[in-house]
Design a protein. Structure first.
Length: 198
């Protein structure tokens, strides 16, 4: 995780395993149109699995409940890690637990590959990594002739199939890899957000 900030503000950037796994499960289980509907599909898409025998309504509700808990960085820390063999985090979400049993190995492999790609792209960026964010905040403070207001912003960089950014929770925005990798487009997207926060 990258962190930039001062005592007054903090911006983080990450490609968290929990969100990668969730989006893999969403895609593999065919839940894209029902769960986290504002986020487009991931790319490349993992292979789907057969979930025709599962209660789709229950599965969607359980997924949405899990997503709500992991979307924010501060609540994600309190969610148990998704891990075999029993997937205890889903002990009260049996349809989602069954999806995890069927899809975990492939979802984990897919998520690990995407995180590796993110890390390679990250290494290719400027040495200070969050320099764009810091520069925009500094410029805005100079324009206003004051220090920034207090805020926190978590940027979750995920392999979404089209460029863009989506608010998924308070203080949390999912940014597509394609937007994050385009420095000028990222700065143009970020500038009005920084103006509002600072």
């Amino acid at each position: 995780m990258l962190v930039e900030g001062t005592m007054r503000w903090q911006v983080t950037e990450d490609a968290p395993m929990a969100l990668m796994l969730a989006l893999a499960f969403r895609s593999m289980g065919g839940l894209g149109s029902r769960c986290v509907g504002q986020l487009p599909a991931v790319a490349p898409a993992p292979d789907p699995i057969d979930v025709t025998d599962l209660d789709r309504e229950a599965l969607a509700l359980q997924f949405d409940g899990w997503w709500t808990g992991i979307a924010r960085r501060d609540t994600r820390l309190f969610m148990a890690e998704v891990r075999p063999p029993h997937f205890e985090v889903f002990d009260r979400a049996l349809e989602l637990q069954e999806l995890a049993y069927r899809a975990y190995d492939d979802a984990r492999r897919w998520a690990t590959d995407r995180i590796r790609e993110y890390e390679i792209a990250l290494a290719a960026r400027s040495p200070s990594r969050l320099a764009d964010v810091y520069e925009l905040i500094r410029e805005r403070q100079f324009e206003l002739r004051r220090q920034s207001s207090s805020f926190r912003l978590d940027l979750e960089v995920l392999p979404i199939c089209r460029p863009g950014a989506w608010v998924v929770a308070p203080d949390t925005i999912v940014v597509s890899e394609s937007l994050r990798d385009d420095r000028e487009a990222f700065r143009e997207w970020l500038r009005p957000l920084v103006h509002g926060l600072v």
